[in-house]
Design a protein around this ligand. Structure first.
Ligand code: GLN
Length: 198
């Protein structure tokens, strides 16, 4: 069983731990560098990227995570986690900083400030079966991807049609939506397989 941590500084940590366990991982919260050393992969949960950024510094997790990413550790970020994996953030707070991540530009709270949450079907490349019932909560979307980034999914209908909401670069995967909230374990299984293969 691959050991997978969920970065437990802020956000929906419990839901990701449960989804990872259901997908066959030995899952646990990770808050300290020594706990990070003990895992083969990491999930950065949904929550508030400005807070996660601040707490990553306070808990002295920033450098250890950057180093593990540089060393090839697989990471999956959902929503705030996607923001934390972006090299460039629009509408962010000036002091928020992400990890050494995916070559992409994301926009925070992109789906509109009036519409706090939004649901739409999203098909994910490499994941079989029906499109995900994607739940977006004050979610970001991706406005630019670098040449090394694979687009895994886009919104297909409504005012946000065509917006990129799932990407992968090497061992880093990110989605704007929250599969951990809908009981659909396919993305967590996809990530567990990625960790197993790495
Ligand atoms: N708006 C949040 C942020 O900027 C993300 C919301 C979420 O993770 N559900 O981090």
């Amino acid at each position: 069983q691959p050991k997978i941590g969920v970065l437990a500084l802020q956000g929906d940590v419990r839901e990701h731990v449960a989804a990872l366990a259901g997908a066959g991982a030995d899952a646990r919260p990770v808050r300290r560098p020594a706990e990070l050393d003990a895992v083969d992969g990491l999930v950065i949960p949904g929550g508030e990227s400005t807070t996660i950024s601040k707490l990553a510094d306070i808990f002295e997790m920033r450098e250890p995570i950057d180093k593990r990413i540089a060393g090839g550790m697989p990471v999956y970020g959902s929503c705030a986690g996607l923001i934390m994996l972006a090299t460039e953030v629009l509408d962010g707070r000036p002091d928020q900083r992400g990890f050494a991540g995916i070559d992409m530009t994301v926009r925070r709270n992109a789906f509109g400030r009036q519409v706090d949450s939004f649901e739409a079907p999203v098909a994910i490349a490499g994941v079989e079966g029906d499109p995900f019932h994607a739940v977006f909560i004050r979610a970001p979307w991706v406005e630019r991807v670098g040449a090394g980034v694979e687009v895994l999914g886009r919104v297909t209908e409504g005012p946000a049609a065509d917006r990129i909401v799932a990407v992968r670069q090497g061992n880093l995967v990110a989605t704007s939506f929250h599969p951990e909230l809908t009981g659909d374990l396919r993305l967590h299984r996809y990530f567990v397989e990625l960790v197993r293969a790495a």
